[in-house]
Design a protein around this ligand. Structure first.
Ligand SMILES: [Zn+2]
Length: 248
């Protein structure tokens, strides 16, 4: 079970000491959604993923570290305006603050992840219009950064579908299908295709996209396969798929 520990932290931007909480531990939580949104038990700890300084509003995994570039973003006009944006839920705003710092310091994929996390907060607070806006922003950030790898491209299909951009999701799926997709990633994309055709914006877990392990593909099947790929230490979507089949 995850536990929450409280420590005193000095902010690297303004120097203010504050009490901050962190999550320690936590066990297996079950397969995430196709955009990697974790299960409820993990999502309920999102309030502790980032620390927020009550003095200057700096947001980071650890407040006691900040580069000069990060400090400059915190004191910038757009960041101060975001901090004052009361239309956004406070926890979502915290992820958006982190996203702005990451975007302004050139970490575009990490900024996309933080923006997507804000969308997950909006999901749980039943603010679908904000969740949709932030999913689309997350995809734009993924695409502005270095070319997304195969795993991120598959996630982008799901993120666009969940934002209700079925045309964009279908175009991304088509781009993927033009390549040789490894099994069972091909089946994940086919599953997304069916959801797109049905106009379905709901969340689905990695498990629901794939048949049970008993129906796993035959070892002798031809073509590229995630199962035969070089073992790599990774979390992510493909790691979750491999765990589902007991391969990780
Ligand atoms: Zn501070």
């Amino acid at each position: 079970m995850p536990s929450v520990v409280e420590t005193s932290v000095a902010c690297a931007v303004c120097g203010r000491e504050s009490r901050q909480r962190q999550v320690k531990g936590g066990g297996p939580a079950g397969p995430p959604d196709l955009d990697l949104r974790p299960r409820d038990a993990v999502r309920s700890t999102m309030a502790y993923w980032l620390q927020a300084c009550p003095g200057c509003g700096y947001v980071a995994p650890r407040l006691d570290r900040a580069s000069e570039a990060e400090k400059a973003v915190v004191w910038s006009g757009p960041y101060r305006a975001l901090l004052a944006e009361t239309n956004y839920p406070a926890l979502a705003r915290r992820f958006l603050c982190r996203a702005m710092i990451l975007e302004e310091t050139g970490e575009l994929h990490a900024a996309a992840e933080a923006t997507l996390q804000a969308a997950w907060v909006a999901d749980d607070l039943r603010r679908p219009e904000l969740a949709r806006e932030w999913r689309l922003t997350a995809v734009a950030l993924f695409r502005q950064g270095p070319p997304p790898d195969l795993e991120q491209q598959v996630r982008i299909v799901d993120i666009l579908r969940r934002a209700g951009d079925f045309g964009g999701a279908a175009a991304q799926a088509s781009a993927l299908e033009r390549g040789a997709l490894p099994e069972p990633v091909d089946r994940v994309v086919a599953f997304e295709r069916r959801l797109i055709a049905a106009g379905d914006v709901r969340a689905y877990s990695v498990a629901s996209a794939l048949p049970p392990p008993a129906a796993r593909p035959h070892a002798a099947s031809r073509g590229p396969s995630l199962f035969r790929a070089e073992p790599r230490q990774r979390g992510g979507l493909f790691g979750a798929i491999l765990r589902l089949f007991g391969r990780r």
